[in-house]
Design a protein around this ligand. Structure first.
Ligand code: GLN
Length: 498
């Protein structure tokens, strides 16, 4: 099928549905996320929760890590029980209720709101990403650029979120900002409902449904899990279960990595894959490793780079002080500005030579991101001498991080869509989103080494991240170039061979 009825920038009309839905979902996610650490660490007089910085950043890491971890069950539920369309719909509703609960000024309900956002995003995020790819037939050349457009929607959403929620939080109060996130998600849901027909059946049914009995059992297990989560939450509120966020984050990072390996292995060994499908999964594994390493560095944006902006960057322009959070903004702004150039660049490259393989782009993205930390290494050395550094250092870093992101992130999404066996579409996207999760948690743990009382140590933190990422990037290039399964990574060859 070509799904061409109503085009959106020369793409299937369904892309617009998914673009706008994900835009609003990301507006709510990033709008709230930008405030999370600030809100938790703010004093009680300032309407915050007065939690220590160490615990707040650990909770932040656990939250962002778990949000993406839940993509795994979320993808499975779509593949086996609900289909992508319903998973996105119910996921969005749960997210909206999460933000409504966050809008209530009360510290206990605050954590219930977070849990709802986690559960809802798990249902929505991987499945909306998988459905983008399903708009295209196997050999449709528009897939990569479809994901590039979709990625623009993600960042348009985060841009609006930072702007609106940041403004509301500073001028009206935290809970107005959280309420705005709920309204954004509601707008996305209304739009989604009205334009679902444009998806032309994509995600309408589970790709590999369970038997009626299997479905019943699965819903029982899901209900039992939800009840267990509710009980643990209540016990934590009552002080009967005490959760140490820092230790928990360390265990959870290990557990998520282990789960990634086991899940991947189960799909590889026990799903009757053909030889070709197995080859593609090896190729995909390289991309997943690149992705996890990439986000471990990149996601310092919300933590150590954010603190660097606050503590060591000269933010005065004349008598105007640049708000710390504005530096976060530069990422979504650079994405929006650079996306059209990248789209043109890939097309140009494609005309002149063989389209670069997915893996080459991902390795390049990782290495370019890492070079941003070389910039930070020098900036931190100046800071260690007691100077306030110019904003240009961080902005250059964010520029390099964004260029790296555009080489890796939309490309990787497209690769997952193309290289996954169709009957595992949602789950493979869930596994891929698990690399966000691992990256976010490791990033939080790395940021724990950022110690304002020991500023001499900060350059070495950054240079270590940089060298590690460059090393992995080079290994991925070499492994890929040397081995046979590199073929599966080539966009063009796949098309002609199919
Ligand atoms: N900005 C991207 C998104 O929201 C990637 C997020 C991430 O942490 N990997 O989809």
């Amino acid at each position: 099928s070509t799904h061409n009825s109503e085009a959106f920038f020369g793409h299937p009309g369904g892309l617009k549905t998914l673009f706008v839905t994900e835009m609003w979902e990301r507006m709510s996610y990033y709008g709230m996320r930008a405030l999370l650490v600030l809100f938790m660490t703010a004093s009680l007089q300032d309407g915050g929760l007065a939690i220590t910085i160490a615990s707040a950043t650990a909770i932040y890491g656990l939250y962002t890590g778990t949000v993406y971890f839940m993509g795994l069950p979320g993808g499975w539920i779509a593949d086996r029980l609900l289909g992508g369309q319903k998973a996105v719909w119910y996921g969005g509703i749960i997210i909206m209720f999460g933000h409504i609960v966050l809008a209530i000024p009360n510290d206990k309900t605050f954590f219930i709101g977070l849990i709802l956002v986690i559960l809802g995003t798990g249902l929505l995020k991987p499945n909306i990403g998988a459905m983008v790819g399903q708009l295209y037939s196997e050999n449709d050349k528009r897939r990569d650029s479809g994901y590039a457009i979709y990625y623009m929607g993600i960042n348009l959403g985060s841009f609006i979120g930072y702007l609106v929620c940041g403004y509301l939080a500073s001028d009206f109060g935290w809970h107005y900002a959280f309420g705005a996130a709920a309204i954004g998600m509601a707008a996305g849901l209304i739009q989604y409902r009205l334009t679902t027909p444009k998806l032309e059946g994509v995600g309408a049914k589970p790709v590999a449904p369970l038997s009626a009995k299997g479905q019943r059992n699965s819903w029982l297990i899901i209900s039992a899990t939800l009840i267990a989560i509710a009980i643990i939450t209540v016990l934590t509120f009552e002080g009967i279960v005490v959760i140490d966020p820092i230790a928990t984050a360390q265990y959870v990072a290990m557990a998520f990595t282990l789960i990634f390996v086991v899940y991947y292995a189960i799909i590889y060994f026990f799903s009757d894959l053909t030889g070709n499908e197995k080859k593609k999964l090896w190729a995909l594994l390289l991309i997943c490793i690149a992705s996890a390493c990439f986000w471990s560095g990149f996601e310092q944006a919300g933590s150590s780079l954010n603190l660097f902006a606050r503590d060591y960057t000269d933010r005065m322009i004349g008598s105007f002080e640049i708000p710390t959070a504005w530096f976060q903004f530069s990422n979504s702004m650079f994405i929006i500005l650079l996306s059209p150039f990248f789209a043109a660049f890939w097309i140009k490259l494609g005309q002149r030579m063989v389209t670069p393989a997915y893996g080459i782009k991902c390795a390049a993205g990782l290495i370019i991101m890492a070079s941003g930390f070389i910039v930070m290494f020098f900036a931190a050395q100046y800071a260690a001498t007691g100077l306030q550094v110019a904003p240009g250092w961080l902005i250059t870093t964010y520029f390099l991080h964004t260029v790296g992101e555009l080489c890796l992130s939309p490309i990787a999404l497209s690769a997952v869509s193309k290289l996954s066996p169709r009957r595992f579409a949602g789950q493979m996207m869930g596994i891929f989103v698990l690399t966000y999760s691992i990256g976010n948690i490791i990033s939080g743990l790395l940021a724990g080494n950022y110690d304002p009382n020991n500023v001499e140590q900060i350059p070495s933190l950054y240079i270590q991240i940089s060298l590690f990422s460059i090393g992995i990037g080079i290994i991925i290039l070499l492994v890929g170039l040397k081995s046979r399964f590199w073929e599966a990574l080539k966009t063009e060859e796949d098309d002609t061979a199919a």
